[in-house]
Design a protein around this ligand. Sequence first.
Ligand SMILES: Nc1ncnc2c1ncn2[C@@H]1O[C@H](COP(=O)(O)OP(=O)(O)OP(=O)(O)O)[C@@H](O)[C@H]1O
Ligand SMILES: [Mg+2]
Length: 317
Amino acid sequence: MSEFALEVKGLTKKIGKQKKIVNAASFQVKHGEILGLLGPNGAGKTTTIRMIVGLIAKTEGKVFVNGKDVDEEGQQCKKDMGAIIENPAFYDHMSGYKNLQQYKRMAKEEIPTSRIEEVVKLVKLEHAIQDKVKTYSLGMKQRLGVAQAILHKPTLLILDEPTNGLDPQGIRELRDYLKILANQGTSTLVSSHLLSEMQLMCDRVAIMEHGKIIDISPISALNDVGESSNVTSFTVSSTDQAITLIEQGDLEIEIMKTADQSIILKTKRENIPIVNRLLVENNVDVYAIETVKTTLEDRFLQLTAVGAENKGTGGEE
Ligand SMILES: Nc1ncnc2c1ncn2[C@@H]1O[C@H](COP(=O)(O)OP(=O)(O)OP(=O)(O)O)[C@@H](O)[C@H]1O
Ligand SMILES: [Mg+2]
């Protein structure tokens, strides 16, 4: 077995002579993993995904599906992939079941009829599968889209913003069946601009901004505060005084934020009582010391803020 379900190397899309809307993106999806591609609107997620599935040409770079080069073994790679990009198109006047049947007939390989029942059950569409698609809600269409994408048992599933327009219940259900598929060995690449969602759905997240992958981290690393870099909030009588004292003290401390009555510091755990003593001994009252959980959102904003600062060197080269 190849090392990765999907490997993307230096993927680039140039528009015109200058503009790189995807700029040397590299990442991998491990077998059975759900990798999130997270980025704000216009980051280049859809363009990246369209190049991976072959809907648009790459300018530069390589894509390997289960170790196979899409440029050399395109047909085999297509068999290995299932994708939903933008809204899947259906025959509205036909039932969900008939749509799947139609899709099965058009598939390049033989798909047993029993597979239709199987996927319908997985996406929980049994109750409505005989109804016409025009009567479906957005969430139901989306489930039918997933059913269609996995009908030929792809080992790699690629979903572009699959939760768009879904209600919280729909999002939870999508998450549940993506996890079931992952447990059965399906690897997934899923894009989103919503951080909270990625946090619950993915094993790792690749953050994209201005066409570049600026960070890839396991969700656990993004959720954990980590021993070596505690983020701690001090509620004090005077933030100005506290900052001056902390800056004068020869400690490795990063002052992340200040609010009306509190300052947020990033420092080693052993520095917390030292800061406390420093403040109290210099007549700054301390009302509270709290650990701040850095969420993926903080991390994302931090990273994309850096990205924005470097904007000039980003998209255009
Ligand atoms: N064919 C094209 N010609 C010119 N510019 C394009 C083209 N396709 C995309 N772009 C631009 O490239 C950038 C990336 O677009 P893309 O759709 O990949 O972003 P995205 O991350 O999917 O955004 P969203 O979250 O809004 O879906 C955008 O600034 C977009 O305007
Ligand atoms: Mg998009």
